[in-house]
Design a protein around this ligand. Sequence first.
Ligand code: NDP
Ligand code: MG
Length: 358
Amino acid sequence: MKKIAILGSTGSIGTQTVDILPSIEAEVVALTTNRRIGLLEEQARALHPKMVCAFDENAAKELRVKLADTDIEVLTGMDGLIACASESGADIVVTAVVGMVGLLPTLAAIDAGKDIALANKETLVCAGDIVMRRARECGAEIVPVDSEHSAIFQCLTGREGELHKILLTGSGGPFRGWTREQTRDVTPEMAVRHPNWSMGAKISVDSATMMNKGLEFIEAMHLFGVTPDDIQVLIHPESVVHSMVELLDGTVIAQLGVPDMGLPIQYALTYPERKPSRSDRLDFTAYPGGLHFYAPDLEALPCLALAMQCARTGGTAPTVMNAANEVAVHLFLDHKIGYHSIYESVAAAVDAITPAAA
Ligand code: NDP
Ligand code: MG
């Protein structure tokens, strides 16, 4: 039975990971949250992990009281996250925290020889060279959870040396087809409403600005060892083709399925095996209007263009971009800056800092 640590178990990916546990044979050894201790307590009582962590210190104090009648160790802060990643006895660590706070626990898990089911894309965007090098050195397998990267991973399995190009698909988010001017007054409430996927607030805003596709562009470079020229972004509004690979001879292989994160999460946890899932099945007759693909309008989507530019610059350019984006998205969600200020402040940060080698 695989032993699993779930970092960020109270979030969108974390709760969906907990939901698919009955479909796989697994024992949960660690769970973490930032502040949502009510849900963490429920999860801990149901799953009996060895240790849990509430990143926020006050939340951890409260959680310790709540779990006083159990023998579950309650930790806090970065040390707590790192312990859950590396000392809980996990075979595989699901990195489902949001933001670059996931970097150090992911590195600790890799150093401890754990495999990684990687949802936390910011980790690869801000330090992909370091993380992938460390994983190679430690023999840790990184299996992507992000649906596009899971698709590419599945398409490439057994095809060493055959890849010509990655076709990275994206729905285009809630403002697909809007001009830049039309998005000026977008509010956080509008931005977090995604047509096809239900996700945490930060990635929902990233999906609206299409920074998410830019982060995924950089994530794909690191995961699959390719250059920016090897990746083409395609808008695909139906979110049925989760991404494709074009092979050396022009053959294209795609991975398709319903838009349900349960599928890539389960595959990352059962890999290299595949198990039955409770997910809905894809019904091709439900798409009488067909499946559509087109190139993104980079002028209307400056965050995507900026991320692709940072990918080409390399070094710490993506790190700076990611950090600025995390701050800007939080300010936007708190109604402190407008929607267009997200791009403007991230671009200003990238302009202000001379990138160093990674
Ligand atoms: P959520 O915001 O829903 O959940 C994030 C989790 O991380 C929660 O458990 C949260 O705790 C915890 N957390 C937040 N801040 C901190 C912190 N500073 N320290 C420690 N823990 C923290 O995010 P998602 O599940 O949507 O996304 C998680 C990651 O997966 C992101 O990197 C995202 O890009 C990626 N991803 C998500 C997809 C999705 O469908 N949601 C799809 C593909 C990738 P609390 O509950 O207290 O806030
Ligand atoms: Mg994705």
